[in-house]
Ligand binder design. Sequence first.
Ligand code: G3P
Ligand code: CA
Length: 246
Amino acid sequence: MSLVISHRGANRAAPENTLPAFQKSLELHVDGFENDVHMTRDGCLVVCHDDSVDRTSNGKGLIADHTLEELRALDFGGWFSPAFAGTKIPTLEEWFAICGGLKVINVELKRAPDGSTASAAAVVALAKQMGLFSKLILSSFELAMLQAALAADAGARVCQLFAPVSPCCERIMDDPLAYAKANRLYAYHPFVGAVSKEFIDECHSGGVAVNPWTVNLDYAMTTLRDWGADGVITDEPALAMEIMYG
Ligand code: G3P
Ligand code: CA
C-alpha cells in the first residue's frame, strides 16, 4: 500500500490548489495533500502552482508583485468553471486548517522570482504554530529551499523533487543515498517515469522514502504499490484510493 497524496487537490473536479478542490479530496478520505506555495509582496504565504496569477485567475502578474489583499480580490475559480466563480486564492493558513485529519501534508516550496528562500522558514513556523509540523513534508525542485527549511528546523522532513531533465538527476541516479545523505533528505519525489524498483529498493536500504509524481494511470499505481513506493502523488485521487484500499 502506498499513501494517496492528492496533487493540487481533486483538480479534475474543482480548480486546482483551491479549498473546494481539497475539500473534494477530503471527501475521498485521501491520506495526504500536495500543494504549491508562494510568498506575496507583503510576506504572506498563498497556495498556487504558477508564480504568476495569469493562468488560474482573472488577474495578471506575479504573485510576488501582489499583496495578499490584491490577490484576494481576484477570482481563482471562474477560469475552471462558472460554478466556481469567485473562489479565492487560499492562504497557507486556511489550507493548513483543513489538513488536521491527514496522515501527510506535502507543501511544495516554489521558486521565488528573486531567488529568495524566505517562504521555507515561514512555512515551517506556521506549521509549528498550527500543530502540524509532525505531519509536514517539504518538497522542492530547489535545493536552496530545502536547505532553508533545514536551517529553520533541523528536523524538517525535506524531499528532493526531480525529473529526468533536472540538473540534479544524474547525481541522484549515480548514488541516491550519497545525495540524500549530503543533503539530509527525508525523501525523493521523482517524476513517475524516472522510478524503478531498484531505485526504490536502494532508497529504502538507506531509510529514504520515495513518493513519485504525477501518478495518474491505474497501471502505474499498481506497479508503484507493488514496488513499495511510500506514496503516490496523483491527480486521480478516487482511482488511487480504489487501487490502494479497494
Ligand atoms: O510535487 C509534485 C509535482 O507537483 C511537481 O510538479 O509542476 O506539478 O508542481 P508540479
Ligand atoms: Ca507541485
